[in-house]
Design a protein around this ligand. Structure first.
Ligand code: KE4
Length: 439
């Protein structure tokens, strides 16, 4: 039995000063029960809690730690930058380096603006799309999360084509009514929504591979359909690649699936673990942003030198740019490694479920994955909701007590890093075998 008394004491104290004891809701373990543990050290693919317990980490701080925690090149880049100051509020050379890196790696991005979170990136991209098209309505998809901007905390209306309803207290119905929430992987409702709102839809925003309801994939042809439907209706296509960017390929999901959106939202990996977001795309759209154009967007810490140093180190390591001395060789090493590890985990987890006689649908795209406790395929939120959450809760805690940390919710994705190895995955699968047998 794992003891976490110091975490419990810290959590009790945190509850007196921080709502729910956490600075982001998912960390509170409300979806799985029990109390969160507190971490004070992370390295490679492992984290240690304040009671000294060690865990193999498959959350990777929700995506940024694709090279593992405390990667030496990222740590030294931050330390070196810190000696010269932590924030200037004045343009600094690393902002140009980062912008050039992103534009060289992400196929559709001609210009990019840095900000400080994925939420900022998505809400700014939507404002830009509305400014560019002079339209107010947007389409999003059930199960896709784009941060906590008001326009995006919206769930599907009663009929699939009616306007959204607030999905959080404090979001005025007047804001939500401009958002239409549709089922993912369904083309008819998109066609009908455009027909019912002719010339009124500014953009379609989507996670090309949704990682915020577990993980499910676009059906063949679906992303291509959205690209055509938006072009035909004068709406912009926004790929929210805050999670998939630089993870599913050097150029993200848009490189992997060969689709060019008009705007792309980024975050997580480009900060190397420090707070960063970004949005970019066609220059003719991006140039509408202040100070050039009428769409306002700003940020005190946007382009922060420490965050840029960490993100540049991460991207250069991921794409082997340093080793290739500035030229971009085919950066297959890191991504090929992530694919190998992902395949090993998938085969192992499927075998564990089979031997335990537990129905599991294991979805994976590269180094992102989710084990749904259902024997049905999962292609959208409605499918995901059929999973057995009680079984997931038992699975989560069984794994955690055995030193393996999966995301504390059935509706979150798991993440591998280049710091995981075959032995870590073998250990994980063996533990899963035992835990699943007791479900
Ligand atoms: P942030 O504002 O949390 O930096 O990014 C929001 C966001 C936007 N778009 C996508 C596709 C995202 O996955 C996210 C944030 N992801 C969650 C994980 N489910 C962050 C974890 C949390 O909220 O604590």
């Amino acid at each position: 039995m794992i003891l976490r008394s110091k975490s419990e004491t810290l959590f009790a104290e945190a509850l007196n000063y921080i709502p729910g004891g956490v600075n982001s809701p998912v960390r509170a373990f409300r979806a799985v029960g029990g109390k969160p543990f507190f971490v004070n050290r992370a390295a490679g693919c492992r984290v240690w809690d304040v009671d000294g317990n060690e865990y193999i980490d498959y959350v990777g701080t929700w995506g940024p730690a694709i090279l593992g925690h405390a990667h030496p090149k990222i740590i030294s880049a931050i330390k070196a930058a810190a000696d010269f100051g932590t924030s200037f509020g004045i343009p600094n050379p690393s902002e140009v380096t980062m912008a050039k890196l992103i534009c060289s790696l992400v196929p559709s991005v001609q210009k990019v603006r840095m900000c400080n979170s994925g939420t900022e990136a998505c809400m700014s991209a939507i404002r830009l799309a509305r400014g560019f098209t002079k339209r107010d309505k947007i389409i999003k998809f059930d199960g896709c999360y784009h941060g906590h901007g008001d326009s995006l905390l919206v769930k599907a209306g009663s009929g699939a084509l009616t306007f959204g309803h607030p999905d959080s207290a404090g979001v005025p119905a007047d804001f939500a009514k401009h958002t239409i929430a549709l089922p993912f992987n369904d083309t008819d409702t998109v066609t009908a929504a455009f027909a019912a709102n002719k010339n009124e839809i500014a953009c379609v925003i989507i996670e090309p591979v949704p990682g915020n309801a577990g993980l499910y994939l676009p059906k063949p042809g679906y992303l291509e359909f959205l690209r055509t439907a938006t072009q035909e209706n004068g709406a912009l296509l926004i790929f929210d690649e805050v999670m998939t960017g630089f993870r599913l390929a050097p150029g993200g999901a848009q490189e992997r699936f060969g689709i060019k959106p008009d705007l792309t939202c980024l975050g997580k990996i480009i900060g190397g673990g420090l707070p960063v977001g970004a949005f970019g795309g066609r220059a003719d759209i991006m140039d509408l942003l202040a100070p050039l154009g009428p769409v306002y967007q700003a940020g005190t810490l946007s382009g922060n030198p420490l965050a840029m140093a960490a993100g540049i180190a991460a991207l250069e390591e991921l794409t082997e740019r340093q080793r290739a001395k500035g030229k971009r060789q085919k950066p297959e090493a890191a991504y090929e490694r992530l694919e190998q590890l992902g395949a090993q985990l998938e085969v192992g987890m499927r075998a564990a479920a089979r031997s335990a006689g537990v129905p599991v649908t294991f979805n994976r795209c590269g180094s992102m994955f989710c084990a749904y406790f259902t024997n049905e395929p999962v292609w959208n939120l409605a499918d995901a909701m059929k999973s057995d959450r009680e079984r997931f809760k038992k699975f989560f805690h069984g794994m955690l007590d055995a030193g393996v940390y999966f995301a504390p919710s059935q509706f979150e994705a798991g993440f591998l890093s280049t710091a995981h190895n075959e032995t870590d995955i073998e250990q994980t699968v063996n533990v899963a075998m035992g835990v699943m047998k007791k479900l």
